[in-house]
Design a protein around this ligand. Sequence first.
Ligand SMILES: CC(C)(COP(=O)(O)OP(=O)(O)OC[C@H]1O[C@@H](n2cnc3c(N)ncnc32)[C@H](O)[C@@H]1OP(=O)(O)O)[C@@H](O)C(=O)NCCC(=O)NCCS
Length: 145
Amino acid sequence: MAFETERLILRPWEEWDAEECYKYAKDPRVGPAAGWPVHTDIENTRQVIREILMVPETYAMVLKETGLPVGSISLHFHSDLARKDDECELGYWIGVPLWGQGLVPEASRELLRHAFEDLGKARVWCCYHKGNEKSKRVQEKLGFK
Ligand SMILES: CC(C)(COP(=O)(O)OP(=O)(O)OC[C@H]1O[C@@H](n2cnc3c(N)ncnc32)[C@H](O)[C@@H]1OP(=O)(O)O)[C@@H](O)C(=O)NCCC(=O)NCCS
């Protein structure tokens, strides 16, 4: 399954995305803020793609302009926050060079639509680590309470 927004395609991750993904995931400003360790090399990224990202409802955010993945967005079921069947949790990250263009809010709006309309969820959760003002802003803009 894939989705399209104005500037993005959201589609499942593939192992051959490793090189692009590593470019962004090796930056210490990305992973730790989202709760995962900095990627150490391309093989590490390939393993993460295989074992963590290639699951249902996790999507590579691909820039239409270049056709290349620049971040990831997902709906998690039965996470720490989403404990009931009619709930899920939204998670996201995007590479530093792409920050500040509203791309994550754009992708999130489509995934929220998908969660409520297609999957019939009643509630979507989202969280950020204390001090992550950028993610807090995203959630404010999306209307999370
Ligand atoms: C949080 C994150 C997903 C935001 O994505 P984004 O597509 O840049 O979102 P936006 O463009 O809406 O920017 C959100 C806020 O980040 C801040 N920001 C934007 N560009 C920035 C930059 N280059 N440097 C520092 N802060 C910046 C601004 O406060 C902005 O809010 P504003 O729209 O009111 O100005 C992204 O910064 C990221 O991936 N961070 C690391 C991983 C992470 O924190 N994931 C979320 C875990 S809960």
